[in-house]
Write a new protein. Structure first.
Lengths: 113, 112
């Protein structure tokens, strides 16, 4: 069964610190893996999209990594800011089939001053 | 630039009442359109997607239906709401199935 598991469920860090969020998936084969940021009560916003052949992709202070062999991805946030407080969602698009994306439940990140 | 509008932002409806949520996209032609539902603490669940006018695919059999009367308009409906229909509904669009999705701001539906 195609699944995306994220850890931790929630994380609290101090402003200015770095953090890494984890994503394990069982989707195979897959076309791409995405990370989204979702503020409370808002729609998700795309951070990165990586194809199965890419190992890393950056978007400002956000860096996503992908290890297709171990089926793991991580999102590293550098020098966190209060505005980084949000849920971060890992999403995998299977290679075949319809337009279904496999969504993780997200990691809720809280940045404290 | 492309924009997506979704309304209303919040809605409280009694059980058994009808529902109509609307989503419109500007600045693009023939987009793929999607309706998602998000339950608290859960991943997004794809409800419907459309690749063109009048073309609707349903992913989950349920009490809801969708329609695409115009190229950039996507409507989510129900004839009689159930308590279990409560949730956060999101509309999204993409150029293709491979690319990133752009989401609307969502509708918080509470069925009472």
């Amino acid at each position: 069964k195609n699944q995306v598991e994220q850890s931790p469920q929630s994380l609290i860090i101090l402003e200015g610190k770095n953090c890494t969020l984890q994503c394990n998936y069982t989707v195979s084969p897959f076309s791409n893996l995405r990370w989204y940021k979702q503020d409370t009560g808002r729609g998700p916003v795309s951070l990165t999209i990586m194809t199965f052949s890419e190992n890393t992709k950056s978007n400002g202070r956000y860096t996503a990594t992908l290890d297709a062999d171990t089926k793991q991805s991580s999102l590293h946030i550098t020098a966190s800011q209060l505005s980084d407080s949000a849920s971060y969602i890992c999403v995998v698009r299977p290679l075949s089939g319809n337009y279904q994306l496999i969504w993780g439940a997200g990691t809720k990140l809280i940045i404290k001053p | 630039s492309q924009t997506i509008h979704q309304w209303p932002a919040t809605l409280v409806q009694p059980v058994g009442s009808p529902l109509s949520l609307e989503c419109t996209v500007e600045g693009t032609s023939n987009p793929n359109l999607y309706w998602y539902r998000q339950a608290a603490g859960r991943g997004l669940q794809l409800l419907f997607y459309s690749v063109g006018i009048g073309q609707i695919s349903s992913e989950v059999p349920q009490n809801l239906s969708a329609s695409r009367p115009q190229d950039r308009q996507f409507i989510l409906s129900s004839k009689k709401l159930l308590l279990s229909d409560s949730g956060f509904y999101l509309c999204a669009w993409s150029d293709t199935g491979e690319g990133g999705y752009t989401f609307g701001s969502g509708t918080r539906l509470t069925v009472v």
